[in-house]
Design a protein around this ligand. Sequence first.
Ligand code: AKB
Length: 315
Amino acid sequence: MEKILVIGAAGQLGSELTRSLADQFGAEQVIATDLNESAKAKFDFCRFQVLDVMDKDGLRNLVKNEKVTQIYHLAAVLSAVGEKKPLFAWELNMESLLHVLELAKEFKLNKVYWPSSIAVFGPNTPKINTPQYCVKEPNTVYGISKQAGERWCEYYFQKFNVDVRSLRYPGLIGYKSLPGGGTTDYAVDIYHKALAGEKFDCFLREDSSLPMMYMPDAIKATLDLMNAPSESVKIRSSYNLAAMNFTPKESYESILKYIPDFKIEYNPDFRQAIADSWPDSIDDTCARKDWGWKHDYDLDAMTKDILENLPNFKF
Ligand code: AKB
């Protein structure tokens, strides 16, 4: 019987992934954790505990007492906030991963999941169809921490046989939760503004193309990777993962088909430099070949789904 611990469960990815994990493993087998007690309200479908991932002993006691067998470690400081608080981002992103990998080694956990990001790439990386293996010189603290984290994951797999699996997510877009502190967040915010009948002030240039993915695809990819037989998971740093690429202008035009009087203005800020350092598109052949990854949503299918469902969604 698996016992799943989700760290940072109330975030953008965690809010949706935790529900899918509870569906797969059962409500009693999944423990959602978050820094804030107020997050408890989101998790009426599984167990919940307050946890600060930097509290090494608290985390160890939880894993030991609950006989945890798998950890999904989703807590992180994202790219934009990371640039405002570089040392805090480095400390949180790296130390928390090392705590989790050490616990996986000590308690011989069955599996660990840790998300990486397109932020591992940098200005010297090939921008179009960025390959799995290429120059990576990230110039954000978030990207540096994800790149170093990938090396640690592979290290723990090779040296200590820790079954750790990871995906380099593109920008994730969902309507059930709000992102916090990323560069790709505009692609979520734009739908909220369109439905509220407000003008959207975009912090990226209209032609700034980035790899993106709709949340149901991201959840599917994560569960497919975690459910794949160990031998199929040939990459233990992190897999490139792709679905679609678009610019703010293309995102706006896709919404205009449904909301013709929607208005946008472009006022690039410091996040433009971060976006400029990331790929336009990603080659995810390895994920497709090794464990059968296939995405379902393109931009227009995602827009239709969000605009149909967001007005009825209760936060
Ligand atoms: C961010 O924008 O920081 C994240 C990411 C691409 O990892 N969404």
